[in-house]
Design a protein around this ligand. Structure first.
Ligand code: ATP
Ligand code: MG
Length: 234
């Protein structure tokens, strides 16, 4: 079967390498990384700071391009894709969740969640209805009108997860989603992601320092100095 045509996999990557050029210096961030992710998985990538986790997530999400290797995601060849195709790929297929939530501070929770729908041209009423339903799925239907400054860190991350889900992406990439939270809030965000994965079938790829995530992963990897290996089980 030709590479990238196996419909079992949302993501197939073989031999990914990434070299950053910093002045005269070359920084090798990824070396010969191969991985596959199926729909419905909860994949977790651990590894020390600087090991390449964010670099890998950015490449899988079409934010950045690999220097070498092959990569297909949702049937799109991300190495050959034009910039316009990458932009469309990101918008239509991926939800992103970041360590510091990246919510718009002057918009309330519901408006933050529905912005991607409005930007895509969905009407106001339908967008609101969908946003309210998603906020309910993340346990925040009682906080719709609160701005990020009026929400706890854990609640802000719930809003960010709702926003990532609102366009029904093929998968969600989460970079240190619990990194800014105390351990109780972190555990509740882990429980939420697990619940969305099990109940709604949302596929997650999570980069983290939080070893509790290894316990719930369907597939786990460790990055060490840009090389990917199977992680020791949590
Ligand atoms: N734009 C860039 N230009 C040059 N080097 C970079 C760039 N981005 C990342 N790097 C380097 O690539 C390596 C991997 O960085 P990356 O951010 O992927 O690590 P990480 O595992 O996400 O770390 P952390 O756990 O601290 O978030 C690091 O050595 C980093 O300094
Ligand atoms: Mg990082």
């Amino acid at each position: 079967m030709p590479f990238g045509t196996d419909s079992r996999y949302l993501i197939e990557a073989v031999g990914l390498g990434k070299v950053y050029q910093r002045g005269n210096e070359k920084v090798v961030a990824l070396r010969n990384v191969s991985l596959s992710v199926e729909s419905g998985e909860f994949a977790v990538i651990i590894g020390p700071s600087g090991s390449g986790k964010s670099t890998l997530l950015h490449i899988l999400g079409g934010i950045d391009r690999p220097s070498t290797g092959e990569l297909h995601a949702t049937g799109v060849d991300l190495v050959a894709a034009s910039d316009a195709t990458l932009t469309r790929f990101r918008r239509d297929n991926i939800g992103f969740v970041f360590q510091f939530y990246n919510l718009l501070p002057s918009f309330n929770a519901l408006d933050n969640v529905i912005l991607p729908l409005l930007a895509k041209g969905m009407g106001w009423k339908a967008s609101r209805a969908r946003g309210e339903a998603i906020l309910e799925q993340v346990g925040l239907d009682h906080r719709q009108k609160h701005t990020p400054g009026q929400l706890s860190g854990g609640e802000q991350q719930r809003v960010a997860i709702a926003r990532a889900m609102v366009l029904e992406p093929c998968f969600i990439l989460a970079d240190e989603p619990t990194g800014d939270l105390d351990s109780a809030s972190a555990n509740s965000i882990i429980a939420l992601m697990m619940d969305l994965n099990k109940r709604l079938g949302v596929t997650f790829i999570v980069a983290t320092h939080n070893l509790n995530l290894l316990k719930v992963a369907s597939r786990s990897y460790e990055l060490v100095d840009g090389r990917l290996k199977t992680a020791p089980t949590g």
